[in-house]
Design a protein around this ligand. Structure first.
Ligand SMILES: NC(=O)C1=CN([C@@H]2O[C@H](COP(=O)(O)OP(=O)(O)OC[C@H]3O[C@@H](n4cnc5c(N)ncnc54)[C@H](OP(=O)(O)O)[C@@H]3O)[C@@H](O)[C@H]2O)C=CC1
Ligand SMILES: O=C(O)C1=N[C@H](C(=O)O)C[C@H](O)C1
Length: 270
C-alpha cells in the first residue's frame, strides 16, 4: 500500500514541529507539504530540518491552495482564522483534514460541520488517548454521582496559550453537561470574583492557570459531602497529541465525508 501523503499547517509552531516528527515516525504516512503564515521567517526552510528529523525536502510554503495536489490529508494545529482558510482550500480540492486548533467559536464550528458534508474531517480539542479515555470516565462519573455533587473543571497550560478555558476543558464540560441533561451555555461559570453568593449545585465551574512551560493539565472535581473524586490528566510532552493526530490522519484514509472526533478514531464512541 502507498503511504498517505500528509501536509502540516503551521509546521514551525510548537505542535507543528512535533507533528512533523510524529508523521515522519509513523508507518504508512509521509510528510509531503508544510505551511506557515505569509510573512513568516520560516518560509522556504525545510520542515524536517526545523523539526530536528533531518532534511525531508519539504520546503515550508505560505499558501496551502498552491500545494493541494501534494497531499491527501492536512493536519492543522494553527489558529481559528488559519484553520478556516485551510478548510476552504481542502474542501475545494477534496482533501481530508485533522483539526486540533482550539478557540473556535460556534459559527466557525458550524462552518467546519458544513464542510464535513463534502470532505472527511477529524475535529478534536485533544488528540491524546488518555484525555479521550477521561471523557468516557467523566460520563460514568456524572451518571453515578449525578446531582449529588458540585462539579469543577481545573486546567493549566503554558504561558503562550491564547485561548481560555482550554478546548479540552470546554469539551469536558460539554460531556458532563450532556450526561446530566444540562445546557453548558446556561450553567458554566468561568472564574469567580467578589461577592459571588453560595454555589448553585447545577453550575459547572471552570478555573484556568497560565504559567511557564506547563504542557497541559486537566482535572475534574466531583465534590460531595465527605468525599471528593478527581479525574485528572497530565500531559508531559506534546508527542502524545501529535501521535494521536497522526493516528487520526491514517484512520481517515478512504473514509467517507463526515465529521469525526478522536473517540471515533479510537473506537470509544459506542
Ligand atoms: N487538539 C490537540 O490535541 C491540541 C491542540 N492544540 C492547539 O493547537 C493550536 C496551536 O498550538 P501551538 O502549536 O502551541 O501554537 P503555536 O503558536 O506554537 O503554533 C501555531 C503555528 O501556526 C502558525 N500559523 C498561524 N496562522 C497560520 C496560517 N494562516 N497558515 C499557516 N500557519 C499559521 C503560527 O505562526 P505564527 O507564530 O507566525 O503566527 C505558528 O507557527 C492551538 O489552538 C492549541 O490550543 C495544541 C496542542 C494539542
Ligand atoms: O494549547 C495547548 O498547548 C493545548 N491545547 C489544547 C486545548 O486547548 O485543550 C490541548 C492541550 O491541552 C494543549
Amino acid at each position: 500500500m502507498t503511504d498517505s501523503r500528509i501536509a502540516v499547517a503551521g509546521a514551525a509552531g510548537r505542535m507543528g514541529r512535533t507533528l512533523v516528527q510524529a508523521v515522519t515516525a509513523a508507518d504508512g504516512l509521509a510528510l509531503t507539504a508544510g505551511t506557515e503564515r505569509p510573512g513568516s521567517p520560516f518560509l522556504g526552510a525545510d520542515a524536517g530540518e526545523l523539526a530536528g528529523v533531518g532534511c525531508l525536502n519539504v520546503p515550508i510554503r505560505a499558501r496551502l491552495d498552491e500545494v493541494t495536489d501534494a497531499f491527501d490529508c492536512l493536519i492543522d494545529f494553527t489558529t481559528p482564522a488559519g484553520t478556516l482558510e485551510h478548510l476552504r482550500s481542502c474542501e475545494a480540492a477534496g482533501r481530508s483534514m485533522v483539526i486540533g486548533t482550539t478557540g473556535l467559536d460556534a459559527a466557525q464550528r458550524q462552518t467546519i460541520e458544513r464542510a464535513a458534508q463534502r470532505i472527511p474531517v477529524v475535529l478534536a480539542p485533544n488528540m491524546s488517548v488518555g484525555v479521550n479515555l477521561c471523557f468516557k470516565l467523566l460520563e460514568v462519573a456524572a451518571q453515578v454521582l449525578g446531582d449529588e455533587v458540585d462539579i469543577e473543571i481545573l486546567e493549566a497550560h503554558h504561558r503562550h496559550k491564547v485561548d481560555a478555558p482550554s478546548g479540552t476543558a470546554l469539551k469536558m464540560g460539554e460531556v458532563i453537561a450532556t450526561t446530566l441533561g444540562r445546557d453548558l451555555g446556561a450553567v458554566a461559570v468561568y472564574g469567580r470574583e467578589g461577592h459571588t453568593g453560595p454555589r448553585d449545585r447545577a453550575t459547572i465551574g471552570f478555573a484556568t492557570v497560565r504559567a511557564g512551560d506547563v504542557v497541559g493539565e486537566h482535572s475534574v472535581w466531583f465534590v460531595g459531602e465527605g468525599e471528593r473524586i478527581e479525574i485528572t490528566h497530565k500531559a508531559s510532552n506534546r508527542m502524545t497529541f501529535a501521535r494521536g493526530a497522526a493516528r487520526a490522519a491514517a484512520w481517515l484514509a478512504g473514509r467517507p465525508a463526515g465529521l469525526y472526533d478522536m473517540r471515533d478514531v479510537l473506537g470509544l464512541n459506542h
